[in-house]
Design a protein around this ligand. Structure first.
Ligand code: ADP
Length: 492
C-alpha cells in the first residue's frame, strides 16, 4: 500500500498543536506495518534545517505565477527516518513567524497560495502529471491546509485517480479565503457552488476537503458524531451529516517512544511502571522545588499542559482556582495562547506563589516534568477532537479530570463505585462544561486522592491503558484498503 500523507506541520520539524504529533507518529506507525508512506510538508526554515539527507528531486515550476520557482526536496524525518518531501519555495515559506501567523500574530496575507501550493503539490504527486516515478494509491490529506488537494483531483480528472481520505483534526479552522483567489489557484469557477467549495460567498479549503474526498475521518468516534450537529460542526454539520456514511472516527495514539517515564531524559527521576508511586513522589518533590511551590507531598498537585484558550476551558480553571486553593491543592501550568488568559494565569501565580506556578510559553521539557510530577491533569475542554495529553497522563500515572467531549469522552473512564471496584476507572469525567460540574469533579478527585489505595487503583488502570499508534495505524490501513478496492469516485 502506497500512501502520500500531506500535512502542514510534522513533529519534530514544526509544531503548533496535535496535528504535528499525529503527522510525526502515524506515518512511522504505518511504516512499521509495511505501508509505504511518504510525508509532504512545506519547506519552512526549521524543517529545511532539521530534515536529514536533503536532495532535490524535481522542479515544480511556478504553478500560481508568483515569480518564484518551487522545488521538491526529498529527505528523511529525524528520529523515525520516514521518507518525506519538502516543498521548497522560500518566497512562500522562508518567513520569520510561525507556519500560519506572522510575528505579530496575524495570518499571512497569502496563506491561500501557501497552502494552495501544498494542496496542489499533493494532488500533482498523486497523478500521472507527477515528475516522480513513485505514485500513491491513497492521498491522505489533513485539515484545511491540504483541503484543496481533493479539489484539484476533481478538477483535473486524472486517468488514474488515487483514493482520497481527508482527516479532520480540528474543524474550527477552515481556511476561508475570498473568491477572487480561485482563478489564482487555478481552480475553475464551476466548482464555486454550494455543491463544491463555496462557503457563504467565500472559498473554504476545509469544505473542499470534506466535499471532494472519497472518505472523511476524524480523530475520535465521539467527535465524528458531534460534528454532525451544531455547534460542534462549525457550520459544516449539514455536509457532514449528509456524508455520515463516509465519515468515521479513528482515535489518535500516543508516541510512547517520547512519552515513557522509564526512559524520559527530561525528568528529574525516571521511573518504571512498577515503581510509579516512588517515581512520582520524587518528581513531585523536584518540581515543587523547581517552581517554588510548598514542599508538600500530600497537597494534590493539579497540572495543566495546554494552549491557553477558552475552547480548552482555561477560563474554567481560573474560576475554579479559589476552590483548588481552599482544598489545599497546588496548580502548575505550562501554556501559551490568549493574552488575557496568559495575564490572568500570571496574576494567579503572583497572588499565591507557594500554591500556583505558571510558566507562559511552550516548553516540551516542562510538559514532561508536569506529567511526571502531577497527581491530576485538568482537561476541561469545551470540545476536544481527540486530545493527546490524557494518553500521556495515563502513562505517567497522572489522573485526568476531563469534560465528556470528543476523544476525552471516548478515552477517560469516570470513577464511580462500580468502575473503581472493577478496576476500570481511569479518571474523573463531567458531562456539562460548567464551573459547577468541573468543581464537583475536582472535589471528588481530591477526596479520593487522600484514599491512597483507591487512588492507586485509578492510577494503575491508567498506566495499563494502551493507546499506541499501532492500533490506530491498523485502522487507517483498513480505510486505505477499502478506498483502493472501491472504484474511485467523489461525492460530487
Ligand atoms: P491541540 O492540538 O488542540 O492543542 P492536543 O491535546 O491534541 O491539543 O495536542 C496538544 C499538544 O501540544 C500535546 O502534545 C501537548 O503536550 C502539547 N502542548 C500544548 N501546550 C504546550 C506547552 N505550553 N508546552 C509544551 N507542550 C504543549
Amino acid at each position: 500500500m502506497r500512501v502520500l500523507f500531506a500535512s502542514s506541520e510534522v513533529f519534530p520539524l514544526v509544531k503548533t498543536g496535535g496535528l504535528a504529533d499525529v503527522s510525526g507518529a502515524l506515518p512511522a506507525a504505518l511504516g512499521a506495518i509495511n505501508v509505504d508512506v511518504r510525508v509532504l510538508l512545506p519547506g519552512y526554515p526549521a524543517a529545511m534545517d532539521a530534515a536529514q539527507g536533503k536532495r532535490q528531486v524535481a522542479n515544480l515550476g511556478d504553478p500560481f505565477g508568483i515569480d518564484a520557482e518551487t522545488k521538491l526536496i526529498s529527505a528523511k524525518l529525524p528520529g523515525s527516518g520516514v521518507p518525506m518531501w519538502l516543498i521548497d519555495c522560500p518566497a512562500l515559506f522562508d518567513r520569520a513567524g510561525g507556519p500560519y501567523l506572522d510575528a505579530t500574530g496575524a495570518d499571512y496575507a497569502d496563506n491561500a497560495v501557501r497552502f494552495g501550493l501544498l494542496s496542489w503539490a499533493a494532488a500533482l504527486l498523486s497523478t500521472e502529471g507527477s515528475p516522480l516515478k513513485w505514485r500513491p494509491q491513497v492521498l491522505h490529506a489533513n485539515d484545511w491546509q491540504t483541503g484543496l488537494a481533493a479539489a484539484y483531483l476533481h478538477a483535473w480528472k486524472p486517468a488514474e485517480k488515487p483514493g482520497s481520505l481527508f482527516t479532520i483534526h480540528n474543524i474550527a479552522y477552515q481556511g476561508l479565503v475570498t473568491k477572487d483567489w480561485l482563478p489564482r489557484l487555478n481552480l475553475p469557477w464551476e466548482m464555486y457552488q454550494i455543491d463544491g467549495l463555496e462557503y457563504y460567498d467565500n472559498v473554504s479549503f476545509l469544505k473542499a476537503g470534506l466535499f471532494y474526498s472519497d472518505r472523511i475521518s476524524t480523530v475520535s468516534r465521539r467527535y465524528a458524531k458531534e460534528i454532525q450537529a451544531a455547534p460542534f460542526g462549525s457550520g459544516m454539520e449539514g455536509l457532514l451529516a449528509e456524508r455520515a456514511g463516509d465519515l468515521s472516527g479513528i482515535l489518535n495514539g500516543a508516541d510512547y517512544s517520547i512519552w515513557n517515564p522509564a526512559e524520559d531524559k527530561l525528568l528529574a527521576t525516571r521511573y518504571a511502571a512498577a515503581d510509579y508511586v516512588a517515581g512520582k513522589a520524587a518528581n513531585k518533590a523536584a518540581l515543587q522545588a523547581e517552581l517554588g511551590l510548598d514542599q508538600d507531598p500530600d497537597a494534590p498537585l493539579l497540572v495543566v499542559v495546554s494552549r491557553l484558550a477558552d475552547i480548552k476551558g482555561m477560563d474554567l480553571v481560573l474560576e475554579a482556582l479559589p476552590l483548588i486553593l481552599r482544598q489545599g491543592a497546588q496548580l502548575a501550568v505550562v501554556g501559551a495562547g490568549d493574552r488575557s488568559l496568559e495575564d490572568a494565569f500570571r496574576a494567579a501565580a503572583a497572588n499565591a506563589p507557594r500554591q500556583v506556578a505558571v510558566e507562559i510559553g511552550y516548553s516540551e521539557a516542562l510538559a514532561h516534568r508536569l506529567m511526571a510530577a502531577g497527581d491530576m491533569l485538568l482537561l476541561p475542554s469545551r470540545y476536544e477532537p481527540c486530545g493527546l495529553t490524557q494518553f500521556y497522563a495515563f502513562r505517567y500515572g497522572t489522573v485526568p479530570i476531563a469534560h465528556a467531549t470528543g476523544g476525552l469522552a471516548d478515552t477517560v473512564a469516570d470513577t464511580s463505585y462500580d468502575s473503581l471496584m472493577t478496576g476500570t476507572a481511569t479518571g474523573f469525567v463531567f458531562e456539562h462544561a460548567s464551573l459547577g460540574a468541573f468543581q464537583w469533579c475536582i472535589e471528588r478527585a481530591t477526596e479520593l486522592f487522600r484514599q491512597k489505595d483507591n487512588w492507586r487503583r485509578i492510577q494503575a488502570a491508567g498506566i495499563a491503558q494502551d493507546f499506541s499508534w499501532k492500533r490506530s495505524a491498523e485502522r487507517y490501513l483498513a480505510h486505505y484498503e477499502a478506498l483502493t478496492q472501491q472504484p474511485a469516485g467523489t461525492a460530487a
